[in-house]
Design a protein around this ligand. Structure first.
Ligand code: AMP
Ligand code: MG
Length: 354
C-alpha cells in the first residue's frame, strides 16, 4: 500500500483550500474503511471509522496491537456522545465543561452502535473530544466518530511528529496528515466514570488534582506508578510493555552530582562491554554527562518541555542504535506523574535510587 502524505500547517485554526481538500479526502478514506494518521494536541493518532468493526480490525493489524486493547473514540461535538454511550453521567457533563475540547478521555458504558472490535470486547467505551482543529475537522469529514489509538507500532513510543509516524506506518496505512510537532507529547489522561469515585487509569496533562476540583474525590489506579502491585491495570493497554525504546533503559534517581557520577561510571563500563550508551537529561546537568549520545529534554523546571520531548528522545536513541540508556528521574506530582508513568513503563520499572 502506498501511504499518501498531506501537510497541514502546525497550529492552523482555519485551513487553506488545499488543506481543506486534504482533510476532506482523509475523511472519505475513513468513511470507506481506510486508515489515516492525524495530529492531535497529545500525540499522533491512527484513525479509522469507530462504528465499523472492520476498520478497528485494520487498526490492530497496522499497529501489530493485541485486539483486546481497546481504541479511543474521538468526537468533534459533545452532543455526538449520545449515540455511542448508553447513559451520560452527571460527572461526564461536568468534566466535559471543564476540560473538553482537550486531552481527557472518559470511560463510559457503551451503546449498541459501537462494535465490540472498537472496545476490545468491553462493554465500556473510551471517548475523547480533542482540541486540535485539524483533528476536529477530520472527525467531521469522517462521519463523526474516529477510533484512534496512538499511531505507533505496538510497544514503541507514541509519535510526536509525522516523521515518526512514517517510521512505523509507511506502507501500512492510506494517509498521514503531517501537522508538524504536537503540543503536549504524552497521551490523554484516561478517567473511568463507570466506577465511584471516578478512577484515573492513565495519567496525563489533565491531572487528578484538577479533576478533583470539579468532581470532588478522584482515585488513581495503583498500578500506574507501582510495577510490583501484583494487580492488573484496569486500562488494558497499560499492561503491555509500552513507550519503550529498543535499548535497555534505567532511570537514575538522586542528587544531580550523584546521578551524573553514577551514569558516567556505568556508561564507561558499558562501553567497555561493547554497548553504545545514551543519557537522557535536562539542560542543567547536560555538561556533566559522558555518553555516546546525550539528549536534552529541556530545563528541569519545564515539565511541558520534558513531556513534549520525551518520546522523541527515546526514538532518537533507537535511531542512533543506542543499546544502553540512562535517564534522569522527575518529580511525580501533578503533570509530572504522567511523565514518570511513561518513563517507568519505558524502563520496565528499572530504577536505581542513589
Ligand atoms: P492509545 O491511544 O494507543 O494510548 O490506546 C488507548 C488506551 O485507552 C489504551 O491504554 C486502552 O487500554 C485504553 N482504553 C480504551 N478503551 C478503554 C476502556 N473501555 N476501558 C479501559 N481502558 C480503555
Ligand atoms: Mg498507544
Amino acid at each position: 500500500m502506498k501511504t499518501i502524505i498531506e501537510k497541514i500547517r502546525r497550529g492552523a485554526e482555519s485551513f487553506t483550500g488545499q488543506e481543506e481538500e486534504a482533510l476532506r479526502r482523509a475523511g472519505s478514506i475513513i468513511r470507506q474503511g481506510g486508515l489515516v494518521a492525524f495530529p492531535t494536541e497529545t500525540v499522533y493518532g491512527l484513525g479509522g471509522d469507530a462504528l465499523n468493526g472492520d476498520s478497528a480490525r485494520r487498526i490492530y493489524e497496522a499497529k501489530g496491537r493485541p485486539s483486546d486493547n481497546p481504541l479511543i473514540v474521538h468526537i468533534s461535538r459533545f452532543e455526538d456522545i449520545g449515540a455511542i454511550v448508553s447513559c451520560i453521567p452527571e460527572e461526564a457533563v461536568r468534566l466535559a465543561d471543564a476540560f473538553w475540547p482537550g486531552p481527557l478521555t472518559m470511560i463510559l458504558r457503551k451503546s449498541d452502535r459501537v462494535p465490540c472490535e472498537t472496545t476490545g470486547g468491553l462493554d465500556t467505551v473510551a471517548v475523547r473530544l480533542p482540541a486540535h482543529p485539524a483533528a476536529r475537522r477530520l472527525i467531521e469529514y469522517s462521519g463523526g466518530y474516529i477510533a484512534a489509538p496512538s499511531a505507533n507500532l505496538s510497544g514503541r513510543p507514541s509519535p510526536t511528529e509525522a516523521k515518526y509516524v512514517m517510521e512505523d506506518m509507511d506502507g501500512r496505512i492510506d494517509m498521514i496528515l503531517d501537522g508538524g510537532e504536537v503540543g503536549i507529547g504524552l497521551e490523554s489522561t484516561i478517567v473511568d466514570l463507570t466506577v465511584s469515585p471516578p478512577q484515573i487509569l492513565r495519567p496525563g496533562y489533565v491531572t487528578r488534582e484538577r479533576m478533583a476540583q470539579v468532581l470532588g474525590k478522584v482515585d488513581t489506579d495503583v498500578t500506574i506508578m507501582d510495577g510490583n502491585s501484583g494487580q492488573a491495570p484496569r486500562a488494558p493497554g497499560m499492561k503491555y510493555r509500552h513507550y519503550a525504546p529498543r535499548g535497555r533503559l534505567t532511570i537514575v534517581e538522586g542528587r544531580p552530582e550523584q546521578v551524573a557520577a553514577y551514569m558516567n561510571r556505568r556508561t564507561e563500563e558499558d562501553r567497555a562491554n561493547g554497548e553504545k550508551t545514551g543519557i537522557i537529561g535536562t539542560r542543567e546537568s547536560l555538561r556533566q554527562y559522558r555518553a555516546d549520545v546525550v539528549k536534552c529534554l529541556g530545563e528541569r523546571a519545564d515539565e511541558e518541555a520534558i513531556a513534549r520531548n520525551l518520546y522523541s528522545a527515546l526514538r532518537q536513541m533507537d535511531q542512533e542504535q543506542v543499546t544502553r540508556i540512562y535517564s534522569e528521574s522527575f518529580p511525580a506530582n501533578g503533570f509530572g506523574q504522567a511523565i514518570m508513568n511513561r518513563l517507568l513503563k519505558a524502563a520496565g520499572h528499572e530504577v536505581v535510587k542513589l
